[in-house]
Every structure is written in structure tokens, then in C-alpha cells.
Design a binder for this molecule. Structure first.
Ligand code: FAD
Ligand code: E0Q
Length: 453
């Protein structure tokens, strides 16, 4: 007998709402449980605009769910990173070759709403203000807490943990089966601030870019919103000597710090003091697990399975890839446990790879993007990519513009970096590089990348 086509998903955030849509559209009976209230009723995040970078992997998943056009209608193109270094005009480092290779700034709350609407339209039932507290694995029953301290329960055939980095489903699985969990805290935190629209209603800085203020051991970024504001994120060590979140006692101290350190950004942020005092410091960590499922009864995806630091802008993109992989396997499987096992075998090594690349990108973003040797390597990388478009694809491009497995991007990226470092060592201009010798190494070391399926 084929397994029943019904599932319970805990968490209706980024991954849960997309997986719900994908399965409901294939005729599954889907119940989604979300601890927060319905955002269509109460609005999002206290009305704050939080945005995310959407790239090809995420976009492809949305396409499969029939959501490309409603999402893209609200997205702002980001052509590259605009690097702000003191005493120099901001410089755009293009992400790709042209405007076909770009990423998109999307509003987290609105994207979530679009997916919730689509899940419901496809027949999924969404239960808001329903927080999972406990899973009874013997009776296969989920126990929830609702407002007014009411307890409710729901019987399940299997449960999907899409409940984010602090996953309760993961915690409950771990009581039955050791998951090999390791949490690696970055030691740096983040705070969200804002650049509002200009007096005349326009953008205060270039809208079609991801702005970065690299400062060695810390940095600031800003992504554009359709409201013509920017969401600014300050990344700093949590504790220790100035500057750290510990050393910035309050908004006034933060404003002084901004005026000294981010001199061009400070005047664009009239509410910095108020926002700094009002918004919490977020935690950043990488979560590693050795297992993502409990026999045929439960499976994890997204941040619940593999939370990562945000410096490649791939957490949601990766979670969306998980959803497609899991939905496809579940839909065609005769044996559910086998489907979970295959999903884990495919996705776990790729999650490990993007986690590693995201960690590397923090150092690159905060410390390297304005170095001469880094810029020379990037220039040579472009040159080689043009000479060998099938073989030498920059790692950033593989991650952001293709669906090449993350593990492949990591591996090929390593080979490419060695070539770049070796070829530019001690040089200060691109015309000193011996390109013909490099061509031979590339043909030797890098097979053409397979086109996407
Ligand atoms: P979430 O989106 O966190 O959803 C989990 C849901 O589960 C929530 O709705 C929560 O309320 C619910 N929930 C939790 N516990 C329970 C419970 N017990 N019962 C019921 N419901 C529960 N990714 C990108 O791709 N691009 C970016 O540019 C990007 N920028 C980022 C910037 C920052 C500062 C951070 C912190 C992350 C960023 N990410 C980015 C990562 C991205 O936010 C996450 O990877 C993504 O949200 C993961 O989706 P998820 O569904 O697994 O978890
Ligand atoms: C992207 C897009 C939070 C965040 C999100 C991002 C990126 C960065 C730095 C950060 C990486 C990059 N990047 O510009 O290389 O491409 O999403 Cl900090």
C-alpha cells in the first residue's frame, strides 16, 4: 500500500509555507501549524520591513510552486554590492556578467504572505497561534498550546519540522534518537536599523545594489525595499572591546559610533537612536546535525535542520531547495522512510557546503572586498570565466545564479581559488598574468559544468 498523502507541517515561515504549497498543489492533505498569529490579521514584525536576498535557487523553487510572478512583482533588482570605504566614492562590484545575473531584494513578510495565500488556495489548512510543545511518538500525536493557555492536539501520520533554528520538532526527535547536534556560535550578533525614503519620497542611495560598509572585524549592510527605504543590518561582535554590542550601551552611543565609523551612512538614518534602543540583538550560529529524520515519523528542513550564518544570503534559498527535494521524493515514494533517507543523503552534504561558504563570506565581506589582491583575483576570475564559460564559473555565480549542488560549488571553488592565488601572487596588474599557462591548467582541472536538469 502506498503511504497516505497527508502531512502535518510545524512552522509556517519560509520553508513551511512553501512546502505546504508544493504538497497541497499535488493534492496532499496539508495541515500547517504556526505559533504566531495570522499576519493577514495583525501585520508583520510590528510593521518593520525586513528583507532578504532571493537568488536563482529560491526563485526556481517559487517558479515550481507557481509563485514567480507575484513574488517578482515585489522584488528589487540588486546588480552587485556597493562597497562604501571611508574617503572614497562608493564602488559597485557587479555580481554577474550583466543584468541577467542579479539577485533580488524581497520583503520577508510579504513573501511569507504570498506563500500562505497560495498554500490555502491549494487547499492547505493553516492553524495560527498554535505552538507545538510536545510530540507523543507512540500515539503519533502533536500537542499544542493556544492563546488563553488552551491545549489542543492533532494526530499525525508524519510530521515535518519547519520550525526554524530553535526547532521544537528537532528537540522532540532528539529525545528518541540522538541527532549528533552541534551548535557553533559565531560570537557576532546583528541589529536591524533603517534608512527611510528621502524627503521627496525617493531612495536615499542607489536602489539596485546591496550596500556594504566593510570595516575589518565588523560591517554594515543595506538592502532596498519597495517603500524606497533600506533595511540596514549592523553586524558586530557581541561582547568584548569596542566596538561590540556590549560596548555600545545605548542608541546615543551607537549614533556616535556610526558618525565616526559609517560617516556616509549616519546622516541617512534619522531614527538610528530610537531603532537601536527598540530592536533586539540577534544571534548568529551554525547548526550541524548528523541525521534529519526519525524513521517514517518525522523529518526536518530549513533552519531546523541546518541554520547557517547569513553572509551568503542563502539560508532561505537553501530551505526552498530542501522543500522541492522533499516534496518530489515524498510525492513519488512507495516507502516514506526511504524518501526521507534519500532526501537527507542529497541535501545534508549540500547544507554543510553552504554553511561553510557562508562562514567564509563573512571574512570576505567585512575584510577583503576592498583589498588590492582580492580585487586583482576577482578581475582575473572574470577574465577566466569569459575564456572558459563552461568550466571556470566563479563560486559566487555557481551559488547564486545556478542550481549546481552547493557541494560542487565549494569543491570547484577551492580549485579555482588556488589557481587565482597562484597566478596573481606577487603581481599587481592583470596584464602580467600568463593566461595561456592558466588555460591549460583549467582544461586539466575543471570539467565542463553539466547544464541544469
Ligand atoms: P523560519 O523562517 O524561521 O520559520 C520558522 C517558523 O516556525 C516561524 O514562522 C516560527 O514562528 C515557527 N515556529 C517556531 N517554533 C514553533 C513551534 N514550536 N510551533 C509552531 N510554530 C513554530 N536567507 C536568504 O536566503 N537570503 C538572505 O538575504 C538572508 N538574510 C538573512 C539575514 C539575517 C540577519 C538572518 C538572521 C537570516 C537571513 N537569511 C537569509 C536566512 C533566512 O532567514 C532563513 O534561512 C529562513 O528564514 C529559514 O526558513 P525556515 O522556514 O527554516 O525558518
Ligand atoms: C549576497 C546576498 C545578510 C546578507 C545577505 C546577502 C549577502 C550578504 C553579504 C549579506 C553576499 C555577497 N550576499 O554580497 O557576497 O549575495 O545576500 Cl551580509
Amino acid at each position: 500500500m502506498r503511504p497516505a498523502r497527508e502531512c502535518c507541517i510545524v512552522g509556517a515561515g519560509m520553508a513551511g509555507s512553501l512546502l505546504g504549497t508544493l504538497l497541497a498543489r499535488r493534492g496532499w492533505r496539508v495541515d500547517l501549524f504556526e505559533r504566531r498569529p495570522d499576519p493577514r490579521r495583525v501585520g508583520y514584525e510590528g510593521g518593520r520591513s525586513i528583507n532578504l536576498a532571493l537568488a536563482e535557487r529560491g526563485l526556481h523553487a517559487l517558479r515550481l510552486a507557481g509563485l514567480e510572478s507575484p513574488v517578482m512583482a515585489q522584488a528589487i533588482m540588486m546588480r552587485g554590492r556597493m562597497v562604501h570605504v571611508p574617503g572614497q566614492p562608493p564602488q559597485l562590484q557587479r555580481y554577474g556578467r550583466d543584468d541577467r545575473e542579479v539577485i533580488w531584494s524581497v520583503h520577508r513578510g510579504r513573501l511569507n504572505l504570498t506563500m500562505l495565500d497560495a498554500a490555502e488556495a491549494a487547499g492547505a489548512r493553516i492553524h495560527f497561534e498554535t505552538r507545538l510543545e510536545h510530540i507523543d511518538w507512540v500515539d503519533q500525536r502533536l500537542h499544542f498550546r493556544r492563546p488563553g493557555n488552551r491545549c489542543v492536539h492533532h494526530d499525525f501520520d508524519f510530521v515535518v519540522g519547519a520550525d526554524g533554528a530553535g526547532s521544537t520538532v528537532r528537540h522532540e526527535i532528539a529525545r528518541e534518537l540522538p541527532l549528533g547536534q552541534r551548535v557553533d556560535e559565531l560570537g557576532h550578533g546583528y541589529k536591524e536599523l533603517e534608512i527611510p525614503p528621502a524627503e521627496d519620497g525617493g531612495f536615499r542611495i542607489e536602489p539596485h545594489a546591496l550596500h556594504i560598509w566593510p570595516r575589518g572585524h565588523f560591517m554594515c549592510i543595506a538592502l532596498p525595499n519597495t517603500e524606497r527605504s533600506f533595511t540596514v543590518t549592523l553586524f558586530l561582535p557581541r561582547r568584548g572591546p569596542h566596538p561590540s554590542f556590549e560596548s555600545l550601551r545605548d542608541g546615543q552611543a551607537a549614533q556616535r559610533f556610526f558618525r565616526e565609523t559609517f560617516a556616509d551612512a549616519a546622516p541617512l538614518m534619522p531614527d538610528l537612536v530610537r531603532h537601536f534602543d527598540a530592536h533586539p540583538v540577534g544571534m548568529l550560529a551554525t547548526l550541524y546535525l548528523d541525521r534529519w529524520y526519525l524513521d517514517q515519523r518525522a523529518v526536518l528542513l530549513g533552519d531546523a535542520a541546518h541554520a547557517m550564518v547569513p553572509f551568503h544570503g542563502q539560508g532561505m534559498n537553501c530551505a526552498f531547495e530542501d522543500c522541492v527535494e522533499l516534496a518530489t521524493r515524498l510525492d513519488s515514494a512507495a516507502d516514506r522512510e526511504a524518501a526521507f533517507a534519500e532526501y537527507e543523503a542529497v541535501r545534508l552534504p549540500n547544507a554543510r557546503a553552504i554553511q561553510a561558504m557562508a562562514l567564509e563570506n563573512y571574512i570576505e565581506m567585512r575584510d577583503r572586498v576592498d583589498d588590492a589582491d582580492y580585487l586583482l583575483q576577482r578581475e582575473l576570475e572574470k577574465r577566466l570565466a569569459a575564456r572558459h564559460p563552461e568550466r571556470f564559473v566563479p563560486r559566487y555565480s555557481m551559488v547564486s545564479f545556478t542550481r549546481v549542488p552547493y557541494a560542487t560549488a565549494l569543491e570547484r571553488g577551492r580549485i579555482q581559488r588556488e589557481l587565482l592565488v597562484e597566478a596573481t601572487r606577487g603581481l599587481d596588474a592583470i596584464d602580467q598574468v600568463n593566461l595561456e599557462a592558466l588555460d591549460r591548467r583549467i582544461l586539466d582541472l575543471l570539467e565542463p559544468l553539466a547544464p541544469p536538469s
